[in-house]
Design a binder for this molecule. Structure first.
Ligand code: AGP
Length: 611
């Protein structure tokens, strides 16, 4: 996700901003920029590409003199990566500059209102709306910056961490957040704002953590805080003991654990902009109802974990929208001369948007003239650019090779798409839609509950660091969950593991079960509880140790399995979003217990851009 920094003090601002941005590079970005007040005016320099480009453009900041400024590394969400879309953004008079991390969900509506009031936009970003809205309120309320800020935060919806400077008040940095992180660093001879602690550690270990809708006003020697109505509030500093490496991970030991814990927010960021007044709104999809009704078959094509989300959503699309679905591994799809007929929709799922096999599958589908949709996490990536339509997962940058939050966002993005198709095709009633959406909106909170009790799973994982073979079994969607649970364990702990359709055990695999073999049984599909329980009994009688992950609180499971992890109830279509959480945590702690490099497992890359 984006990173913001700001500085006001005795020193030259630009070199400090560049240094701060360099400590936020781990967050992933595609462009960077700075705004510095040079004594007469605000100067902005920004460019796509790595921070190095901005450093060279500004000769390490030396060509941007001034003691106050804001900086930004952009992870594109709205608007392709480009110089004009990079932050900071100006108001038209170039007297206000703003940097932003987050998503302004109502930016299209606000942009329309501002354009009707004569404002002209030069970028495709949601953030530029904030710059013009600040201008509007600044002029309307006697050029009072604090009032302008409070008015803006009452109008915008969504998530934001903002850094703002006003040319009329060139000794003050304003900052405010809602749902995007923000801290204030108490420097010596200068004060700072940043998205995250690493950006300020070089200058101070005393920081204020800003809460939602709190406003900070910084000068060289003073820091004040205000509530959303502009009333002064008091805050306490915190002393940071983390080293820089730990700080980049937000205090977590590994990026993977940080990203596991970011899943509630990532899922919330992916669903909330697409559910408005009880309706599913996927603006970027650009498919008319007639086009949706004309779909005759869906092909879901992906690799690895992304493929597993497709296997899950075959059940969801077919169950809800009654559209036939075929799911393929991209490396198979591209060489099997698939039958793609009129009315087919090919959905390519990819976190990176650069996976070679998935990109090749997309190009094959396009050659065959069928419609293509990318469900992608990286804005402006190859698959995002080349697919006819794109639906973004707003997971933010995922650093760990083993995907977690992007996987969870791919799941919910497909739930929403399936529900949208089902509604348009008259397969579900409005009241059914409301019920499904309620269940989906509950998922982030339910994930949070699961994340709150990791200790038991951690202890259990420690018992299996020496395991040689682990089996994951399930039926229906539980089989798809097993696939992902097995891959997570394999890729970061190097323990051999297999996912099996529970009903297949008797067709060969059960011969592998020995005394003490760990079998993780996923049991979330109510209609299949009894069937899977009988499979649990089968493997237990052959010596297996069975860990059940289930939402069934009847005694049957307790009697059948050796250990049971309960997950909250949700609609049967959506259980993967919850059952996968304990399996992610289990795999993580097995890998940690083995002392392995969790974030960078051997032989693996975050994006497989070659065949
Ligand atoms: C999963 O943890 C792996 N990182 C891998 O299977 C990944 O899901 C696969 O390579 C697909 O990557 P993509 O989503 O970037 O296309």
């Amino acid at each position: 996700m984006c990173g913001i920094v700001g500085y006001v003090g005795k020193e030259q601002a630009a070199p400090i901003l560049l240094d701060g941005l360099s400590k936020l590079e781990y967050r992933g970005y595609d462009s960077a920029g700075m705004a510095v007040y040079d004594g007469e005016k605000i100067v902005i320099r920004k460019a796509t590409g790595r921070l190095k480009v901005l450093s060279e453009l500004t000769h390490d900041g030396t060509t941007m003199p001034g003691h106050i400024g804001i900086g930004h590394t952009r992870w594109a969400t709205h608007g392709e990566p480009s110089d004009v879309n990079a932050h900071p953004h100006f108001n038209s008079d170039q007297t206000i500059a703003v940097v932003h991390n987050g998503i302004i969900e109502n930016y299209m509506k606000l942009r329309k209102i501002l354009e009707e009031r004569g404002y002209h936009f030069c970028s495709d970003t949601d953030t530029e709306v904030v710059a013009h809205l600040l201008d509007y309120y600044y002029k309307k309320y006697d050029k009072n910056p604090l009032t302008a800020v409070t008015k803006v935060i009452h109008r915008v919806e969504g998530s934001y961490a903002l850094g703002i400077i006003f040319a009329d008040q060139p000794d003050t940095v304003y900052s405010v957040r809602k749902d995007s992180p923000l801290i204030v660093g108490v420097g010596n001879g200068g004060n700072l704002i940043a998205s995250d602690v690493p950006a300020v550690l070089k200058y101070t270990r005393d920081v204020y953590f800003i809460e939602n809708e709190e406003i900070a006003r910084l000068t060289e020697n003073n820091i004040e805080f205000f509530n959303v109505d502009g009333d002064p509030i008091e805050k306490e500093t915190k002393h940071i003991d983390w080293d820089i490496n730990a700080a980049e991970k937000g205090g977590y030991e590994h990026f993977m654990l940080k990203e596991i814990y970011e899943q509630p927010k990532a899922v919330r960021d992916t669903i909330s902009p697409r559910i408005k007044d009880g309706q599913i709104v996927i603006e970027e999809l650009g498919m008319s109802d007639d086009e949706i009704r004309a779909i005759k078959k869906i092909h879901i094509v992906a690799c690895g974990s992304a493929y597993h989300t497709g296997v899950t959503n075959k059940y969801v699309f077919e169950g809800l929208a009654r559209i036939p679905v075929e799911v393929d591994l991209a490396s198979e799809f591209r060489y099997r001369n698939p039958i793609l007929e009129g009315g087919a929709l090919v959905i390519i799922i990819s976190q990176s948007g650069e996976t070679a096999d998935s990109l090749a599958a997309l190009r094959l589908a396009k050659e065959r003239g069928v419609q293509t949709l990318g469900i992608v996490n990286v804005v402006g990536s190859s698959i995002a650019r080349e697919a006819d339509k794109v639906m973004y997962t707003w997971a933010g940058p995922e650093i760990a090779v083993a995907t977690t939050k992007a996987y969870s966002c791919q799941l919910v993005a497909q739930y929403l798409l399936a529900l949208k198709f089902a509604q348009v095709r008259g397969q579900i009633t409005d009241s059914q839609l409301a019920e499904y959406l309620h269940e989906i909106e509950m998922l982030p909170n339910q994930i949070e509950i699961l994340l709150g009790n990791k200790e038991r799973i951690q202890k259990f994982a420690n018992r299996y660091v020496a395991a040689k073979d682990v089996f994951f079994i399930g039926r229906g969607i539980d089989y798809a969950i097993s696939m992902e649970g097995s891959l997570k364990l394999k890729e970061i702990s190097y323990i051999h593991s297999e996912a099996y359709a529970a009903g297949e055990l008797k067709h060969g695999t059960i011969s592998l079960i020995e005394d003490g073999t760990l079998v993780a049984a996923v049991v979330t599909q109510e209609e299949l509880y009894k069937k899977t329980i009988s499979n649990i009994v089968e493997v237990k009688t052959r010596g297996a140790y069975v860990l059940a992950v289930t939402n069934d609180d009847n005694l049957e499971i307790e009697k059948a399995a050796d250990s049971v992890i309960y997950i909250p109830k949700t609609n049967a279509y959506f259980t993967n979003s919850l059952a996968i959480i304990p399996l992610q945590i289990f795999s993580y702690y097995v890998s940690v217990g083995k002392g392995l490099d969790v974030d960078k497992p051997r032989n693996l890359a975050k994006s497989v851009t070659v065949e």
